[in-house]
Design a protein around this ligand. Sequence first.
Ligand code: ZN
Length: 245
Amino acid sequence: MIENRLILLRKTIREKNTVVTKNILNNHTISICVVCGTDKDLTKEHVIPKWAFGNDQKKFFTTNINNISQSYSQAVLPTCGNCNSYILGAFEHYLESLFAKTDLNSDFFSTKEKEKIILWLESIDYKFQALNLRRKFKKMRDGKYIPYLSDIPIGVMQNESPSKVFSNFRNALKKLGIKSKAESLNSLVIFKTTNESFHFFHKTNEFIFIELPKQKIALFYFITLKFDDEKIASETAMRKIKEAY
Ligand SMILES: [Zn+2]
């Protein structure tokens, strides 16, 4: 079943990605589905799924650009009912049960499963980029309100060049239309964790880290870097995690 839904996801993205990104880049806060571009039957899609952060209203992430916190429960994007539940919902359901049934003490993910985990992490990267285009800088926490900066999207302030931000965004969506993740398999580092709380950090186009306490699994994914040797990927990931905490 999940294969059919993912075929539909890829087909939708291949057909619609140009018009979706064009519309969003013309108007960052436009009310259209961030997957297929329709403006009908819009619902809210969580950037990080509820099951991952335990649906805790108080769990938040802090944006390094202005130090302002936002809760995961309010980090949502418009998606149509069909993309939200029939496609992305089914995919989330698949992943949640995949993580629940895989005990890393005795078991590991197959190549096909790893490719799906990569697709999932890439979809979070895309959603975060879309979210950061919608969110305005406003002001630094404890800082002064600066009118000419306040309206600039967080996503644009994160990069020295707006055109780079926009091309990252286009590429992030395009990637979701590609089936094989064979070249990126070594870029995914999976390890056991005993941490009790959900952790997440993300750097657009660079890496994404998710720690799932319930499933006792942590995932680190290099979004663009490729590795010949998975040991080097794993060492680099550990270094990045240490830097972030
Ligand atoms: Zn849609």
